[in-house]
Design a protein around this ligand. Sequence first.
Ligand code: LRH
Ligand code: MN
Length: 424
Amino acid sequence: MLIEKYKIDEFNQNNGDEHKRKFDFFASSVKNIDEVLKKLIDFQIAIPSWALGTGGTRFGRFPGGGEPRNLEEKIEDIGLLHSLNKSGGAISLHIPWDIPENATNIKALAAQHGLKFDAMNSNTFQDQPGQQYSYKFGSLQNINKNIRRQAIDHNIEVIKYGIELGSKSLTVWLSDGSCFPGQLNFRHAFKNTLEGLKEIYAALPGDWKMFVEYKAYEPNFYSTTVGDWGQSLLYANKLGPKAYTLVDLGHHLPNANIEQIVSLLLMEEKLGGFHFNDSKYSDDDLTVGCINPYQLFLIFKELVEGMNARGMNHSTDLGWMIDASHNVKDPLEDLLQSVEAIMIAYAQALLVDYKALEEAQLANDVVKAQEILQDAYRIDVRALVAEARLRGGAALEPLQLFRQLKVREHLIKKRGLKTISTGL
Ligand code: LRH
Ligand code: MN
């Protein structure tokens, strides 16, 4: 379904006065407003191709209807979201869930919707129909050389699809690990995995990056072979300058200080990108900022401070991706909320008075330091983020317009109630 530009302009017209009143009030208190607005307009978040349907858990899946039936319809849905917020201008594909049968056509279709291809994702955590060897006991770590070979070849095949689509990076998340003490030799598993990653790394084009995504547990529940940021950094350092760590917010043990991890990986020039989501217990893959928006703000504060310290380009130098699955929300509404939460946290982090914060830190004025941080966190930046959308040609309130235009009803009428999209 396409949302015609005039419908967005009409919506903005009808809501323009209220917005202008709020934004003018906001803008009167911010000195570098145009610089902040430019950063927000340039900031693009990749939407996962595997999160456009209603996911599920082992206990059940409750599809909501109108789900995309193929990659073309997934690109349409991501294009629709992008037309509403102009902040989701990239797709992150998962192979083999979303193999581009005709890469040229797929690339052209995406371009029509103003979309690029962000990181490609390989999948050696499931056995595909007709697959020769099983990944039951792992892929790159596996004691069986043929199984390791199969996993390496799959990742190299994923790189080939990415080259055809114009992607510039590969995310490798390995579910490899063990469920019981004694099941695995950790050193052998590490060495096999490193050996496999080295072969995949060698197949990367010169201008590509490899993101090594870590995760504490699930589907293995005793050890994970890329189990935390330290292990991911170990691999990335041993692989070379094109290898980086990838931080999925839901992949940490309870109460981990993710913003400190982000700060150090950025300092070490080994932070490659993010899978944004939120969680209360484990890898819940919930809407970004729905449980712990303050943590999201603190992460973006470390990102802005760390990227400025290295003179990095905020919008292009790191991989910004969402990784979520939807059990009870409409997938597209959930993704609109996630993008909004990310833009709000980024905007608040851009408004922190970093000079005053440093002075407070150098004076051990702990109270003052907290006041400076929370001053920014407590600013209502929604009019600012809406103004960035307006100037970017998007809707002032994407979710409101999505509902007003009855998009889901249209998709159900076109695709039916029972369609199931590939992915989680
Ligand atoms: C693993 C993960 C990984 C993806 C998968 C869909 O939990 O975060 O990034 O491959 O979800
Ligand atoms: Mn992830």
